[in-house]
Design a protein around this ligand. Structure first.
Ligand code: 3H9
Length: 690
């Protein structure tokens, strides 16, 4: 796991633990042994720490968290580096994250390749750095800059790391050779620069700046236990003499956080996302079809956003419309979005022009004839979709993938109008498509394995997170959302007010409650779709019938005077709710925030159980990945199915039986799978498809 080569007085230790050189027990033992040997070897004057592969070190092995630790620990290895009489220089060729950067910072020098990325992303896993990161980074770049980096968890580029002082140099050529030279220079100098001994960045200015940042961060997110812990750890090390004591503070905070349910949920979500890439029954070596060009049908918000995803990934794309006006409006909107990104500095002007240059517009479906993939993003109407697909069948080249971006409709029925149903599948992008990572990849009955495999690869090329789902109304995400919307309406009639429901949901961790969200998206959308697909939402429908479409009309569930973005309560709406409730003969009462959460979320969990039973999702973690990445479910609650396990399935099943009795709505009865797991004391986490 660690290769050792000694040449010219320098021992080069190369970590080789694919895929990301995570510092698991075996690698730690090998590294510690190799260091001990190199330090003891009289022919060695200096040591270089390098790594094989695209990643230098991806951090501690997250799978080991919460299990008994096998020695040596990472802090033990860093102690060995601290005590080393010989210089050790890290040659950082790729990502040095978490424990990887902590390891590098305990070395006496660091050089990086231009592609390297350096960061302490622990905060995203609900923890804080646990191997001296909260102490060495502030000593290298100042507590204020270090705190900011650890608070976002975002890595910095090699160039930025050099300008901040995290690495000594960025090396264009042979990285290991440069590290050797640097290591010998340090050996010749006779002094070993240790980050732990530095105090030049711990000035009164940087300390004051840190305190200001810390106050703002804890105020912004008062419940984030790891943010508070980060503040305490950094603060403990502000006195230059306090290094060892502060490392002990950091370590204690780290250990506590590893056991925190928030961190457990975030770690679960990390692996859930990666697990989603494995589709049961789709072997890794399934052939792929080449994708060099794309066509998108429809220049609306969705079509434009999807076209941008292709352009951003370097794939030329033709946007097809039925008439010039719509095409011009769509392409203008895309150009406007790119111009905005360039203005904000998130892309360069050259990138803006390149990307715009990859998008062309055309009138008429015949322009899809050369595309390797065609994505239909037209009006959500089965007639329209079937018409488009039967014409695409006539014009698209043989072997082209034909995808629909429908959010609800039956992809089997769409595929059935073509003579090539094996080439058809759903690619359900989320709005705004150029921003949201999630794509539900809808595998229809006849979708060929190579079409699915190609679509999954393509989604990754587009920088998306694809999750494979089966065909049903609304697939996974919208099907469960519909349950929540229905429960929300019911809650209003039974006595909760929109602001109470929204407050309970934001308190739960969503950025927005369902009614504020409805107002933002436009109440006319749900109203029209209920008209088309059936279903009633008596309150939302009455509001839409009154022309109260939400923010765009200045009034919906809330009032938005003078274009305000945050809504205020409207007595008229509250009176309307009371009137509708009376018409339905529903007695009103008050609800606690906990009751509101249960009423809204348990039916979603129940629908998730049905989705599993029907094989629409392959595993509970896929459902969670969809909800975290497409619907803003708080990641620290791990998604609806993980959360349900933490609540207890028995509690949820009993509550659902009660809700069904209270509301007379049989669909609230626990699904057979939920009932069975509840009776067995089981969890979704242990569920496996039959
Ligand atoms: C830490 O370091 C704590 C310390 O402060 C204190 C210690 C005392 N552990 O993402 P990919 C797996 S906390 C275990 O698809 P990429 C991953 O599950 C850690 N496994 O590759 C996947 O497995 P599979 C702080 C890990 O090239 C495979 O490797 N570090 C770990 O797109 C490939 O992963 C982080 O939070 C790990 N640390 O991206 C960084 N990392 O193939 C977490 C990955 O079976 N990692 N795996 O599905 C990443 O951000 C990305 O993996 C990375 C590579 C950018 C490194």
């Amino acid at each position: 796991m660690v290769r050792q080569e000694v040449d010219g007085g320098v021992a080069v230790l190369t970590l080789a633990n694919p895929p990301v050189n995570a510092l698991g027990a075996a690698l730690r033992a090998a590294l510690d042994g190799a260091l001990e040997q190199a330090i003891a070897d009289a022919s060695v004057r200096a040591i270089v720490l390098a790594a094989e592969g695209r990643v230098f070190v991806g951090g501690a092995d997250i799978t080991e968290f919460g299990k008994p630790q096998q020695p040596p620990s990472l802090p033990d290895i860093l102690d060995r580096l601290d005590a080393s009489p010989k210089p050790v220089v890290a040659a950082i060729g790729g990502a040095a994250l978490g424990g990887g950067l902590e390891l590098a910072m305990a070395c006496h020098g660091r050089v990086a390749a231009p592609a390297a990325k350096l960061g302490l992303p622990e905060i995203k896993l609900g923890i804080i750095p646990g191997a001296g990161g909260t102490q060495r980074l502030p000593r290298l770049i100042g507590p204020d800059a270090a705190f900011s980096m650890m608070l976002t968890g975002e890595p910095v580029s090699a160039e930025k790391a050099a300008s901040l002082g995290i690495v000594d140099a960025v090396v264009l050529g042979d990285l290991v050779a440069a590290a050797r030279t640097r290591a010998l220079e340090i050996a010749d100098s006779g002094t070993l620069p240790r980050v732990r001994d530095r105090s030049d960045k711990l000035t009164s200015e940087t300390r004051a700046a840190f305190e200001a940042l810390a106050a703002a961060a804890t105020m912004r997110d008062p419940d984030a236990t790891n943010v508070h812990a980060l503040v305490r750890a950094v603060r403990a090390g502000l006195d230059p003499k306090s290094f060892d004591a502060a490392v002990a503070v950091e370590r204690a905070e780290f250990r506590t956080l590893v056991e925190d349910p928030r961190s457990k949920a975030l770690r679960y979500a990390f692996f859930a996302e990666r697990e989603a890439a494995r589709v049961p029954g789709l072997p890794k070596d399934t052939p792929r079809r080449p994708i060099h060009t794309a066509a998108v049908i429809g220049a609306g918000t969705m079509g434009g956003g999807i076209a941008m995803c292709f352009a951003n990934a370097g794939i030329p794309v033709t946007v097809i419309e039925t008439e010039e006006g719509a095409l011009t409006r769509g392409l203008d909107r895309v150009r406007g979005l790119y111009a905005g990104s360039a203005k904000r500095g998130s892309i360069t002007e050259a990138q803006r022009d390149e990307r715009i240059g990859r998008i062309s517009g055309a009138i008429g479906l015949e322009h899809a004839k050369d595309a390797d993939i065609v994505i239909e993003a037209a009006f959500e109407d089965m007639g329209v979709k079937r018409e488009i697909f039967s014409r695409l069948d006539a014009v698209a080249k043989p072997g082209a993938i034909l995808a629909t971006n429908t959010s609800y409709l039956d992809v089997n029925a769409i595929a059935a109008v073509t003579n090539r149903p094996q080439d058809v599948l759903g690619l359900h992008f989320f709005s705004p498509a150029n921003v949201m990572r999630l794509v539900e990849v809808v595998r229809a009955e006849k979708t060929a394995p190579d079409v699915l495999a190609t679509a999954l690869d393509l989604a990754k090329r587009l920088n998306k997170l694809p999750v494979t789902v089966g065909v049903c109304f609304g697939f996974v995400g919208n099907r469960m959302l519909e349950r929540r919307s229905r429960a929300g309406e019911r809650l209003l009639l039974e006595g909760a007010l929109p602001h109470e429901v929204d407050a309970a949901v934001t308190r739960f961790g969503f950025r927005m409650g369902p009614f504020a969200m409805g107002d933002l998206a436009g109440l006319d959308i749900g109203w029209r779709s209920r008209k088309d697909f059936g279903g009633r939402a008596p309150v939302a429908d009455s509001l839409a019938e009154m022309g109260r479409y939400g923010q765009k009309t200045g009034r919906g569930f809330y009032l938005y005077p003078d274009g305000a973005r945050a809504g205020t309560r409207d007595p008229e709406v509250e009176a309307l709710i009371a009137r509708v409730a009376a018409e339905h003969g529903i007695a009103r009462r008050s609800f606690t925030p906990e009751e509101i959460v249960a009423r809204l979320m348990y039916p979603m969990v129940n629908e998730g159980a049905r989705i599993l039973e029907e094989g629409i999702a392959a595993r509970p973690s896929d459902i969670d990945t969809i909800w975290i990445n497409g619907y803003n479910w708080p990641a620290w609650r791990g998604g609806p199915m993980h959360w349900a396990d933490t609540v207890g399935l028995k509690t949820i099943a009993e509550a659902l039986t009660r809700f069904a009795a209270e509301t007379g709505d049989d669909s609230q009865e626990p699904a057979p799978l939920l009932k069975r797991l509840a009776a067995e004391g089981g969890r979704f986490a242990d569920w496996k498809a039959a």
